[in-house]
Ligand binder design. Structure first.
Ligand code: FAD
Length: 589
């Protein structure tokens, strides 16, 4: 049964076999410590299972997961079993949280192929991808079909104990309330079908991984509008003949600059492209960015409209002409060596060719929000395409999506710790990390992929965890009792300020004089800020500007309007310095 589970290729088979395995072994999906050791022990006779579990153990035993107990009190709901939802589910499960995933589809049917950055390949290998899919990234292959990737991640998640419900759609977030018998109910979800048991599940962390049409409210989106960009994807049946195997792939980067090729393509076929990518996978997959005039000339677009949604509306696209266009471009770019006769079929059983608009792309303004109602807190986060929409022809979606999944799980880790940090601290760190995401490339990540852990510091070389300070994210903490919020920060702040000795503060500033008044002097503080955050104090800024900078950036009110320390009581100076110290340590100032 286990071997069948490992080789199963559809969502239906995977879930059915997993249920059968669990029933036979008398197990129920649960938190890692209550599920994983049991399934491992019961499958001790299967060498394949043991080889896989060895890999899982290697990851699970890392200290960052605290032996699978660090989030023992945390319950997570994940919306969407796309690659990013499943990746974040795996990490939350390793942290020991209770993890439930809802997926509205009952099938995984996306033929399209994702380009994988080297760290993603390493990450998936470490999760045992090859045990489930022997051809995974063999040789120089650096891509995988979305469907295959989902299969691999789903199997890993299920074997670790994640609970997954297919055919269940998240509809709405429900606030805590009092139940029929007077019991206090926590955060829940309204789902479809309405009576599904998941509707009773109470959680304190919610992850929106439902793709670009994000259904979670409260996240504003910003639009990046570029020049008109229309991409065509096309999948042809791969019969895996020797002839097909010998035709080289086309990597996007290599072709983007090959103007001679595109000129020739236009002369011979009338097709005008900006780029084209070809990957040989389960299908022959092509993605190309086409110029409008050639789509109009070739009859793919029937009429020219300025408004993109109208231009690409179903009524304005001739599907037969689109298929011909994609086929012709694909044949020309592979020098006619591929037969490319039959299209593979899509989710709806139709030839898998599609035309998409990438003129406007969206990104969420923030990655996290905390809601608090009647004393119950909920950490909400977005990952993957919900957070940052990818441009398919460059294939950055899955890699940035995986980074966001790991970053979100890191925030769940902070959320689940006891004692729990203040919500604003969790949000501030999450937003500091999110600032880096859109700029990440394979080149500016840490090179040592083997050293990557859940800790974002192992991935981003230039990570500043305090780039966003807690006082700047107060709008992302939606609490029904504002007074309590201030009090909570105040108490923590005072307690932490008292924890640091005066001597330690003065020596941390590093000024020559060993007294408080000198340590809070403009020159000493300006030097200090330049040491930690040179971006805040350019060399041309006068030292006195430091008080203003500290107020603007960290919300630290100057100890006196004039900056004259000798007029101010020592306790006030000490408190001021302690707040500066805490600000740079990433604590609530
Ligand atoms: P997705 O993969 O979109 O997964 C989201 C999941 O959430 C889906 O399974 C969806 O059914 C589920 N869902 C949505 N709403 C709900 C709800 N209310 N309740 C429960 N579940 C819900 N990228 C490329 O680089 N190249 C491509 O050619 C390419 N083709 C694509 C084709 C399609 C049709 C789509 C949708 C995406 C494509 N992408 C492509 C994007 C790529 O798939 C994503 O970047 C990658 O899969 C990571 O996405 P994700 O997990 O964030 O979201």
């Amino acid at each position: 049964m286990f071997d069948h589970f490992c080789s199963a290729g559809t969502m239906k088979q995977i879930l059915a076999l997993h249920r059968e395995i669990c029933n036979t072994l008398n197990l129920k999906p649960n938190r890692l410590p209550d599920f994983y050791p049991k399934i491992k022990a019961k499958l001790a006779n299967s060498w394949k299972a043991q080889a896989l579990f060895k890999k899982f153990d290697l990851r699970a035993n890392h200290k960052v997961y605290g032996k699978g107990r660090i989030c023992a009190q945390t319950k997570v709901l994940i919306i969407g079993a796309g690659p990013c939802g499943l990746r974040v589910a795996i990490e939350c499960q390793l942290l020991g949280a209770k993890v439930v995933v809802v997926e509205k589809r009952d099938r995984m049917s996306r033929n399209n192929v994702l380009h994988l950055w080297p760290f993603v390949i390493q990450d998936l290998r470490a999760l045992g991808a090859k045990k489930f899919f022997g051809k995974f990234c063999a040789g120089s292959i650096d891509h995988i079909s979305i469907r295959q990737l989902q299969c691999i991640l789903m199997k890993v998640a299920l074997l670790l104990g994640v609970e997954l419900h297919e055919g269940v759609s998240f509809e709405e977030l429900l606030e805590p309330t009092v139940g029929r018998h007077g019991e206090r109910l926590g955060w829940r979800a309204r789902v479809s079908p309405a009576e599904h048991p998941v509707s009773q599940y109470e959680f304190d962390a919610l992850v929106g991984a439902d793709g670009k049409r994000n259904t979670l409210p409260g996240f504003k989106r910003k639009e990046f509008r570029g020049k008109l960009a229309m991409a065509i994807t096309a999948n042809f049946i791969n019969r895996h003949t020797e002839q097909e195997a010998s035709v080289p792939e086309i990597s996007g980067v290599a072709f983007i600059f090959n103007q001679k090729f595109f000129k020739k393509l236009f002369e011979v076929t009338g097709i005008d492209l900006e780029n084209i990518v070809y990957y040989k996978d389960d299908t022959h997959y092509f993605v190309m960015t086409a110029k409008k005039h050639s789509l109009l000339n070739k009859g793919v677009l029937l009429n020219d409209y300025a408004e993109v949604s109208r231009l690409l509306s179903v009524e304005n696209v001739d599907r037969t002409a689109l298929m011909k266009y994609a086929q012709e471009a694909a044949r020309f770019s592979t020098c006619g060596l591929l037969p490319l006769v039959d299209f593979a079929l899509n989710h709806y059983g139709e030839p898998d060719v599609a035309l998409f608009d990438f003129t406007s792309m969206y990104a969420a303004e923030n990655a996290s929000i905390v809601y608090e109602r009647q004393g119950k807190r909920l950490l909400c986060q977005l990952v993957g395409d919900s957070l940052l929409e990818p441009f398919w022809p460059t294939g950055s979606g899955c890699a940035r999506g995986f980074l966001s999944a790991l970053d979100a799980a890191w925030a769940v880790r902070s959320w689940g710790q006891i004692p729990a940090p203040h919500p604003l601290e969790v949000i501030a760190e999450r937003e500091s990390i999110y600032r880096l995401l859109a700029q990440t490339t394979p080149e500016n990540l840490h090179r040592d992929f083997g050293a990557y852990t859940l800790d974002p510091g192992t991935r981003y070389p230039n990570l500043n965890r305090t780039a966003v300070t807690p006082h700047r994210v107060t709008s992302f903490y939606d609490c029904d009792e504002a007074v309590q919020l201030d009090a909570a920060i105040g108490t923590r702040k005072r307690r932490r300020e008292m924890d640091i000795s005066e001597g330690a503060l003065i020596s941390w500033v590093g000024c020559a004089e060993a007294d408080l008044a000198s340590a809070v002097g403009a020159q000493a503080l300006a030097d200090l800020v330049r040491r930690y955050r040179p971006d805040l104090m350019p060399p041309s800024a006068p030292p006195n500007a430091v008080y203003h900078v500290l107020q603007q950036e960290f919300g630290i009110t100057p100890f006196s309007p004039t900056g004259a320390a000798y007029e101010v009581p020592e306790a006030k100076l000490r408190s001021y310095l302690a707040r500066v110290y805490l600000a740079f340590k990433g604590e609530v100032p």
